[in-house]
Design a protein around this ligand. Structure first.
Ligand code: ZN
Length: 198
């Protein structure tokens, strides 16, 4: 008996032993569509959908148009970490990441479920404080990617001890967060529903 024949037999036995293979993949596909639909409703951009589902680009485009009622916006997301380090944005990003890390320690959720749950909680928090949610779902997704890639991390403020999004090499001994050490222009914003410092 040669090896090729043996492998073919093993395949044949495996195929008989697993008759559920086909319906399983249909089930998986419907899960993928469900997931994509949920992400589109949360305002996710195409890059998020392509990264978090196994659906083809063409299918995602069709799904996007159907659910969002418009074509997805073109263009790449910025690859810079700067946005998350600007004062007001940093406070939002930090709030989200604290929620995300808290949730990730508890339940055994898959990463996208964790992300959507954390983002919903973040939105509720800022909503209840009557603050405009600056961190879109796509931004939140990007933030988690930056943290996973060690391009951003969280550092505890040396004054209030709250954890804030920083660059990985931030000096923790001297680090002051944006709330303890706001920029001179902070709180003078004329924009409604923006963060105020008292
Ligand atoms: Zn502080």
């Amino acid at each position: 008996m040669n090896t090729a024949a043996t492998l073919a037999q093993v395949d044949a036995i495996a195929a008989k032993a697993a008759p559920k293979a086909a319906p399983k993949s249909v089930l998986n596909e419907s899960r993928q569509i469900e997931r994509a639909a949920m992400l589109i409703r949360m305002g996710a951009r195409m890059q998020v959908l392509e990264s978090e589902t196994s659906l083809s680009y063409e299918r995602l485009i069709r799904l996007y148009k159907e659910i969002a009622g418009k074509s997805p916006s073109k263009g790449q997301l910025p690859f810079s970490t700067d946005w998350f380090l600007t004062w007001q944005e940093n406070v939002h990003a930090s709030l989200f990441l604290n929620i995300y890390e808290y949730l990730s320690k508890g339940a055994d959720m898959d990463s996208i479920d964790l992300l959507t749950k954390a983002w919903r909680l973040y939105s509720e928090q800022v909503d209840s404080a009557d603050i405009e949610p600056l961190l879109s779902f796509t931004r939140a997704w990007r933030l988690v990617k930056f943290v996973d890639a060690d391009m951003l991390t969280m550092t505890a403020c040396s004054k209030c001890t709250g954890k804030f999004v920083t660059e990985p090499y931030e000096n923790a001994r001297h680090f002051l967060c944006g709330l303890c050490n706001p920029p001179a222009r902070a709180g003078k914003s004329k924009v409604a529903k923006s963060l105020m410092v008292h």
